[in-house]
Design a protein around this ligand. Structure first.
Ligand code: SAM
Length: 249
């Protein structure tokens, strides 16, 4: 390990227990760089109101708060490096919640078949460099697990593998809040079919890529799925990030 790498590791080890006792909304901006996390203090607002861009942590935390009294666990599909999973889990714990958090990801990027279908459907690979077979491979189960251990997040469990294989293992769960951040039509479809019947009344599903031009598979899956359901999409905006969600009736 380089001297720089060792110093960064030491900084992470020293700062994590201190941060873990603080409200995540008050974590300093520097913590986002040190721990590679999406934090409220580090959000760069969109220049104009737009539905594009990465997941907005303030929207996630606000919707989590709105579902605090709804029974059920919290899930995130599309964990990647844990940039949103870690702060949402810290926030849940520091707000006194006893809910469990389930994080789902292959931790090795998109399923190739689903990606190929998506690329065929898009007829273009432009718009996002992650939209490729190498996209989102820069992570691992061990990397995210290490972050969970560092922040003492024992209420979080990781489910490694493609959603089509891993979700079925949680068939007996009930959910209050689900963050879908998985980009592809097939991935959204798998998740919506699994979570909808397991969502408590008043529970929320946040759809990160809805109306986000590089990822039209999200709209297709969501529109198809909700067409025969009573729930309507609602919009939420923070720092010019416009995101969409639905609340189970
Ligand atoms: C946009 S990233 C998630 C970003 C993360 N929420 C954040 O804010 O840092 C999308 C992730 O979804 C995962 N993913 C997409 N479809 C999947 C599937 N069908 N099964 C497992 N993982 C999937 C990819 O591996 C990738 O890590």
């Amino acid at each position: 390990m380089t001297i720089r790498g060792a110093a960064k590791l030491a900084l992470r080890r020293v700062s994590a227990p201190v941060l873990a006792r603080m409200d995540v909304r008050k974590w300093p901006r520097i913590a986002a760089r040190v721990h590679d996390l999406s934090l409220p203090a580090a959000v760069i607002p969109n220049p104009h109101p737009a539905p594009c861009g990465a997941a907005n942590i303030n929207i996630i935390l606000d919707l989590l708060d709105q579902t605090a009294a709804i029974p059920g666990s919290v899930a995130e599909c599309g964990v990647h490096r844990g940039r949103t999973l870690i702060p949402l889990s810290v926030h849940l714990r520091s707000s006194g919640s006893r809910k469990r958090v389930l994080g789902f990801d292959s931790f090795e990027g998109f399923p190739v078949e689903k990606l190929k279908q998506e690329l065929g459907f898009l007829r273009s690979t432009e718009g996002d460099p992650n939209k490729s077979e190498g996209g989102f491979k820069d992570t691992s189960f061990a990397l995210v697990k290490q972050k969970l251990v560092l922040f003492g997040l024992e209420h979080v469990e990781l489910h490694q593998g493609y959603f089509s294989d891993t979700l079925a293992g949680c068939a007996n769960e009930v959910f209050s809040f689900v963050h879908l951040d998985c980009d592809l039509y097939g991935s959204y479809k798998d998740c919506l079919e699994f979570f909808y019947p397991r969502l408590s009344s008043g529970g929320i599903v946040l759809l990160d890529e809805y109306n986000d031009p590089p990822w039209p598979g999200c709209n297709k899956a969501v529109d198809e799925f909700l067409a025969a359901k009573p729930e309507q999409l609602q919009a939420i905006e923070r720092q010019n990030y416009q995101k969409y969600f639905f609340r189970k009736g």
